[in-house]
Each structure stands twice: as structure tokens, then as C-alpha cells.
Ligand binder design. Sequence first.
Ligand code: CMC
Length: 441
Amino acid sequence: MEQTGGGGSAASQKTATLTDNETGDQLELPVLEGSLGPRVYDIRKLHGQTGAFTYDPGFTSTGSCASAITFIDGEKGQLLHRGYSIEELAENSDFMEVCYLLLHGELPTREEKAEFESAITYHSMLHEQMLYFFRGFRRDAHPMAVMVGAVGALSAFYHDSTDITDPHQRMVASHRMISKMPTIAAMAYKFSVGQPFIYPRNDLSYAENFLYMTFAVPTEEYTISPTLARAMDRIFILHADHEQNASTSTVRIAGSSGANPFACIAAGIASLWGPAHGGANQAVLEMLEEIGHKDRIPEFLERAKDKNDPFRLMGFGHRVYKNYDPRAQVLRQSAHEVLDELGKRDDPLLDLAMELERIALEDDYFVERKLFPNVDFYSGIILKAMGFPRSMFTVLFALARTVGWVAQWKEMIEDPGQRISRPRQLYTGYGPRPYVPLDQR
Ligand code: CMC
């Protein structure tokens, strides 16, 4: 079957009939079948033919696009990028290769990989004028606030890659974003701790360069641990793309109006920031610290189950996975490797996390609702051990997800059937009423 992100998956002759039981009106809906995944009722003609809308807040039953990039089977706990399983990619591949795969649809040959890495490396510096942007922020600004601002500002600096109708400019913009994101993220960190910015080095790999820009200081030699660089690279792979989640949908919606790619990615970063999405890894660590000791786990589990208490077990549950998040499985293993390398095998937070996981997975509430640990459950522990402050956790997620956002944005722009995203609503407000003058209110 042709792998396309274009305006619809393979059309079939199958149909489903929608009947309005009040009016008796009937509408035949085409049934689309993708290469994998459930059947999809095509409701595109629904409004035109019946005047009615569908209602699906939170889009729990809505496919917003056709895409050939990433596939998730939440029941099986399966995640595929262009058909390759995340477990195999995390084990055998590296982040640059995964970036190429997401953007181009195939694993690169040796030559293609070298060419791609060189293109990404070539763009890693920031326009020197952009440094003033960082200096305009308060030192205590959250680095995600800095990221939203700095990434949005890229469109003010790279005018030669904002024409979305030009395929070459689209590719240059994609490379620029993947390449500059580590530089921006490291600078956001350096600014927050009052250390000098460290310029990128082209002789280092993507993950090494990011660790170097984040943790090196001009006064000392910085040695990059291969284990930590590998763990960093793996974290990037595991966060690279995740189908039509909130931030990716935000990027697509922003891009559907023809906005430039830098502005669209800034919108994605804003969406990722929230604690129900990318901000959860920071929230997991805060929660573990609040729990403090294994003895208090039952108390917090009770709170998580209590509908009158806003507390939720952070790092548990997922809109799509109703089984173990496959990324969490890989990260669980990585957490041990990193803590071993750093001599922090007896880390009390990891201990607490393991115990919490064990108890929650035996608890009826979590079992019945299929609430398993998600990717954020372990990433915070690893990142903390590597020396990242909590406020940087979501920044790292944004850095890694940039390639997914860019690939999905590009797929959308190249889709001939693409139209501006414009959902409708179920209006519940007043009907027309006469204006009341101020002195009569
Ligand atoms: N702790 C306690 N109860 C939970 C939790 C949780 N973490 N997650 C879901 N539930 C309950 C929820 O209260 C509901 O119970 P009931 O049926 O009795 O009303 C049931 O499970 C179904 O949950 P839902 O709210 O309908 O699920 P959702 O798909 O709307 O939300 C979620 C998914 C990820 C926002 C939610 O599970 C959550 O808030 N988890 C904690 C935050 C978190 O770890 N987020 C990271 C997501 S993975 C990274 C990413 O992709 O960004």
C-alpha cells in the first residue's frame, strides 16, 4: 500500500449509515481503512449534506488528518515510526537517524546519513543578535518561557526560510529548527544559572554537543561520558514523535493557516508546557519529592483515587496507551544504566518510583482504568541524575519533539487536500437579545 500522508487513507467501497432517529434522515458515510489501526468513518460531507456537526471535545474519537509518520496501538502498547518499532530504534539507531526517518520516510543510507548530519551540524549556531533576546528575560524566567520566545523569534532572523510554498525553504527551516533547538535550550539553561553561553561544537554528536553546551564552562575541560551521551540520545529518540498529541495538533492547526514554521513550533512548545502533556516529567519528580518516603505511598494513592481531590498520580495514564507505554519500558532500563554510571544506584527517588509503580499496578483502581506508567514516569529521574534542573525537563522534551513537529508540519503542508483547521461548536449561550443600555443594568 502506498505510504502517504495525503488527503485520505486508502478509500474503500465500504460505507456506514448514520440515521437521525428524530427526523429519519439517513446519511451514508464512506468507511476509510488505513494501513493499520481502526476503521475511520469519513464525516467530511456531513455538514454539507445535513447541516449538522459532530461533537467531540478533546477529540477522543476524531482523526484530524491522514498521516504516514507514526502509528500507535494503545491496547498493545505499540509505537511505530515509519513502521519501525520504538524498541528497535532505541536499541539500534541514533537520534539523527530517527530524525531522517521521520522527515524522509526511510532509514538513511550511510551517505544520506552523513549528508544529513552535516546539514544539521552546519546550522547549529544562532544569529549573534539573538543573544540579546535571552538577556532581555528575567534570570528566574522558566526556560520554557524563554523557549517559546526564542523559537518564535527565529522567524525574525531567518527570512530566507519562511516561504512555506518553497520546498527548499521548508527543508532548510526544518534543518534549522532541529539544529538550533539544542543551542537555544542550552542557552536558556545557562542564562538561568548565570553562566556564560557556550557555543556549539561541530565535532561532537547531537547529544554530546547538547550536553557540552549545557554543562561545560569556559574555565575547565569538560569530559562527555559516552554512557550519558547515549542515554541522552535515547531520551531524544523516545520523545521524537507521538502521532497527533496536543502539541503536534497545535503545530498542525497553527500551520494550517499558512503561518511560518518557526511560529508554528513556538505554538507547539506552548502546548507542550502544560502538566498534562510535556510538563508531566517535572510534575513526577515534584510528586515523588512530596511523597518523600515509601510509607506515604498508600496515602497518595488514596488521594489519586479521590474524585474530590485534584491530585493525580503524575506519570501514570495516557490518552492512547491502555497498556504499558513502550517508551517507559525502555526508559526504565536506561534509568538503571545512568544511575549505575553515576554511582547513584541507591537513589532513593528511583527506589520510591519503583515501589510506587509496583503498588499502583496491583491496585484495582489503576488496573481497572488501565493506568500504566508513561514516558514521563522515568525520564525525570534520569534527567535529574544527569544534573538537569527540573525546570529543564520539559525543555528537553521540546528539543526532542521538534523533529516530530517539523515532520508533521511538512507532511501537512505537502498534502494537496490541506485546508485551514476550523472546528465548529455546540453553542450553549444566549439566543439573540436586545442590547441593555448601561443605566438600565
Ligand atoms: N491518577 C489518577 N487517576 C487517573 C490518572 C492519574 N494519573 N489518569 C487518569 N485517571 C483516571 C481518571 O480520573 C478517570 O477516572 P474515572 O473514569 O473514574 O473518571 C480515568 O482514569 C480515565 O482518565 P481520563 O482523564 O479520561 O484520561 P485522559 O485520556 O483524559 O487523560 C492523561 C490522560 C495523561 C491527561 C491523564 O492520565 C493524566 O492526567 N495523567 C497524569 C499526567 C501525565 O502523566 N501526563 C503525561 C502524559 S504522557 C506524555 C505526553 O504524551 O505528553
